[in-house]
Design a protein around this ligand. Structure first.
Ligand code: ATP
Ligand code: MG
Length: 446
C-alpha cells in the first residue's frame, strides 16, 4: 500500500479550477469526504466534494451555473464546463442533534467542519491547489491500519446520529477494516435506538451494503451481532451464517446488471425465511412493490423447492423432467434463472454436492423452462378452440385449461390439438370441470 500522502492524490482538473476560483475570491476551500479517503486508498475517477468558507449565496455569485441542491445544509451544485455537477458545501457545525437530524450553522472553520464528520477516515481534507492534506483526526493512520474509528467520543457521536452505527459497519465491510473497540461498543449501544431511523433509511443502508460491499456477509453478521437486525428487521435477528455466506457466493450473471445483483443478494439475505415473512419484512422496510414481488417469489420458490432439489443433488441425481417442469411452472419461466443462482450460492458451500451436478441442473432446468410447455399460453389449443367444441365460456373454461396444462406438464407429448381436445372432452364428461374440483385448488398461481 502507498504511504497515503498527497503525492498520489489526483483531483480532476474541473475540481481544481473550482477550488481556485473560490480561493482566489478569498475563501479557503478543501476537498473533503469519501473521495479524499478513496483517493488515498488508490482509487481513481472520483467525485470530489468541496467544503468552503464561502456561504451558499457567495458560491452562487461566483459561478455562472449553479443548482441549489441542498441550500438549507449549505450545499450548492456547481456545473463545470462539461455540465458535470460538483457539490460545494459551506463549512458548518452542528448546533443541535436529535439522533438523526442535525441543525447546522454556517460560519464554522474547517476544523469544526471536520469535527462533525462521522469517522476519522471520512474527516481528511485536501487542498487541491497547495496540494496539502489536513488530517487533524489522523484518518490516514486509521486508513493504513484498516480501522473505522469515530471522530471524538464514539458514544456521543452515535447518540447524535444513530445512522452512523450502520454507516460504520458498511465502511468497515467495504474496505475490509476492523471497527475500533469503543466505536463497536457504541454501535452495540445504538442498536436498540435504531428504531428511530425511518424504514426508508434502514432500507437504503441495506441497499448500499448490497451494492458497495464485495462480501456483504461480514456486514450483515455485524448487523446481527450488534443487535441491529433485532431492532430494525426482526425477522433477520437470527439469520444463520450459512445464509449470509451464500450472499457472497452468488454467481455473477453473464451481464450482471446492478439492480439484478442487488435483487438476488436481497433475496438470498431473506432466503432462510418463509416467502410470506420475507414479504412482510420488505413491506415494513418500504421496499418497492416490484422488489417485494420479485424477492417474495424467489424466497417462496426457494423455501418450497430448495430442500427437494438439494436432496437430489446430495444423492447425486437430478429430479425427473416432470418434477423440473412443475418447478419451472410454479416459479415462472422468467424467474428460474434467479432461483438457480440463489440455489447455487447455497450449494457452493456444501461439500456433499458436486459442482458439476449443479451445472447440469442449471442447463436442464433452464432448457425445460424455455422449451417445454408449462404455461396455458404454451398449450396447442386455447379458449376459442374449447368454445368451438361446445364448452360454454366462463370460469369452467379456465379450469379446463388449467387441467390440460397440468397434464402437459406431466407429459409434453400430449401437447397436440387433437389429444388436448379429447382430454378436455373426457374431463368435462366426468364432470370434473365443476367449480369445486381439486384441480383448481392444486393449480397454483399463474
Ligand atoms: P460513499 O462512497 O458511500 O458516498 P462517503 O464517505 O462519500 O462514502 P457520503 O454519505 O457521501 O459518504 O457522505 C460524505 C461525507 O459526509 C462523509 O465522508 C462524511 O465526512 C460526511 N457524513 C456523511 N454522513 C454523515 C453522518 N451521518 N454523520 C457525520 N458525517 C457524515
Ligand atoms: Mg459520497
Amino acid at each position: 500500500m502507498s504511504t497515503l500522502d498527497e503525492r498520489g492524490l489526483r483531483v480532476p482538473g474541473a475540481v481544481i479550477e473550482l477550488a481556485r476560483t473560490l480561493q482566489d475570491a478569498g475563501f479557503p476551500t478543501w476537498c473533503v469526504g469519501g473521495a479524499v479517503r478513496d483517493a488515498l486508498l488508490g482509487r481513481a475517477l472520483l467525485d470530489f466534494d468541496l467544503a468552503t468558507a464561502a456561504t451558499p449565496a457567495q458560491v452562487r455569485r461566483l459561478f455562472r451555473r449553479t443548482i441549489p441542491v441542498g441550500i438549507e445544509f449549505g450545499t450548492v451544485g456547481v456545473l463545470d464546463r462539461d455540465g458535470r455537477m460538483h457539490e460545494v458545501t459551506t463549512f458548518r457545525h452542528d448546533v443541535k442533534t436529535d439522533g438523526r437530524h442535525a441543525v447546522v450553522e454556517f460560519g464554522a472553520s474547517l476544523d469544526e467542519d471536520l469535527a462533525r464528520r462521522d469517522f476519522t477516515i471520512n474527516a481528511i481534507a485536501f487542498d487541491p491547489i497547495a496540494r496539502r492534506l489536513h488530517d487533524p483526526f489522523r484518518g490516514r493512520e486509521d486508513l493504513l491500519a484498516g480501522v473505522v474509528r469515530a471522530v471524538g467520543v464514539a458514544e456521543e457521536r452515535m447518540r447524535e446520529d444513530r445512522l452512523r452505527a450502520l454507516r460504520a459497519i458498511r465502511f468497515a465491510s467495504r474496505f475490509g477494516f476492523e471497527i475500533e473497540r469503543e466505536t463497536w461498543v457504541a454501535i452495540e449501544a445504538s442498536a436498540a435506538h435504531l428504531t428511530r431511523l425511518s424504514p426508508e433509511r434502514v432500507k437504503q443502508e441495506i441497499d448500499k451494503t448490497l451494492e458497495q460491499v464485495d462480501a456483504p456477509s461480514v456486514a450483515f453478521a455485524r448487523w446481527r451481532d450488534a443487535g441491529a437486525f433485532a431492532a430494525v428487521v426482526p425477522a433477520l435477528a437470527q439469520v444463520p451464517d450459512g445464509t449470509l455466506a451464500a450472499i457472497d457466493r452468488l454467481p455473477r450473471a453473464v451481464t450482471p446488471t446492478r439492480p439484478l445483483r442487488r435483487t438476488l443478494r436481497l433475496a438470498t439475505l431473506f432466503s432462510s425465511l418463509e416467502g410470506k415473512e420475507a414479504t412482510r419484512a420488505l413491506r415494513a422496510l418500504r421496499a418497492s412493490n416490484q422488489e417485494i414481488s420479485v424477492v417474495g417469489a424467489l424466497v417462496d420458490g426457494w423455501q418450497r423447492f430448495g430442500t427437494a432439489l438439494e436432496a437430489h443433488l446430495v444423492a447425486g441425481s437430478l429430479p425427473s423432467d416432470p418434477a423440473l417442469r412443475r418447478i419451472a411452472a410454479d416459479v415462472g419461466r422468467l424467474r428460474v434463472n434467479a432461483l438457480l443462482r440463489l440455489g447455487a450460492a447455497h450449494w457452493a458451500g456444501d461439500t456433499r454436492i458436486a459442482p458439476r451436478l449443479v451445472r447440469q441442473l442449471f442447463r436442464r432446468l433452464t432448457h425445460i423452462a424455455f422449451h417445454d410447455p408449462i404455461e396455458i399460453a404454451d398449450l396447442a389449443i386455447d379458449g376459442d378452440d374449447l368454445r368451438q367444441h361446445g364448452l360454454r365460456a366462463g370460469p369452467a373454461l379456465g379450469r379446463v385449461l388449467q387441467h390440460l396444462r397440468h397434464l402437459v406438464i406431466e407429459d409434453p407429448s400430449r401437447n397436440q390439438r387433437e389429444i388436448l381436445l379429447a382430454l378436455a372432452g373426457e374431463w368435462i364428461a366426468r364432470g370434473d370441470a365443476a367449480p369445486t374440483s381439486g384441480a383448481e385448488r392444486a393449480s397454483g398461481h399463474e
